[in-house]
Write a protein that binds this ligand. Structure first.
Ligand SMILES: Cc1cc2nc3c(=O)[nH]c(=O)nc-3n(C[C@H](O)[C@H](O)[C@H](O)COP(=O)(O)O)c2cc1C
Length: 188
């Protein structure tokens, strides 16, 4: 039997960071307006505040704003349902990973892609931008488009833009799972 849930110290709705976490959603309906360079820089800068395995910075971030390149990336990205005004391609320097001595089985570099992406999504949300991650794309094709050096592979794309005034009705967290469904206290 699972342990008892501790009670007390309710934070519902009171904290700005928690409110931001609870209100972030993937935004796929984006306007054509460009993302201001200062906003793009702020989102890029946020990635370095994400926790990284071994505190190694083995990721590279390619900011893409040119419409032709964005179109080309979309053509090889079936999961890119939005038309972003800008995109940040998160790449892993796998040659650097090997040189550092991470074994192939170490999940750290992939976890770091997630921590960086989550941090940039929150930064975009804080700036009032619409943002969404995409992993359904051809890594090989995007690597060629970006001229990625040997050993550097795109792993995730953060799409950015200004939210379109016409948004689809909000997707409610359809009934579950509630956080309590996925949590056990102290042990399984
Ligand atoms: C690792 C990862 C990969 C994802 N890949 C895609 C993708 O290729 N295309 C897409 O539209 N959304 C993608 N998403 C977004 C999820 O579909 C979205 O986060 C999920 O439906 C929950 O929606 P929410 O973030 O608005 O709560 C991805 C999310 C993660 C974490």
């Amino acid at each position: 039997m699972s342990g008892e849930e501790p009670t007390g110290g309710d934070t519902a709705g009171g904290d700005a960071v928690l409110r931001a976490i609870r209100t972030r959603r993937v935004v796929r309906a984006l306007a054509d307006a460009p993302v201001e360079p200062g906003q793009l820089r702020a989102v890029l800068d946020s990635a370095r505040y994400a926790p990284h395995a071994g505190n190694r910075r083995l990721h590279r971030y390619v900011a893409v704003t040119r419409p032709g390149m964005l179109r080309a990336i979309r053509m090889v990205s079936p999961g890119m349902l939005q038309r972003p005004a800008a995109a940040i391609v998160v790449c892993v320097d796998w040659a650097g990973v090997r040189a550092y001595g991470f074994p192939e089985s170490n999940p750290g570099p992939y976890v770091d892609v997630g921590t960086a992406a989550a941090t940039m999504l929150m930064a975009a949300h804080g700036l009032g931008l619409g943002a969404g991650p995409v992993t359904s794309f051809s890594r090989a094709a995007v690597a060629v488009l970006l001229g990625a050096p040997d050993g550097v592979r795109p792993e995730l794309i953060v799409c950015l833009g200004h939210p379109s005034p016409q948004q689809p009705p909000p997707v409610r967290r359809r009934g579950g799972p509630a956080w309590t469904d996925q949590v056990r206290w102290e042990h399984f």
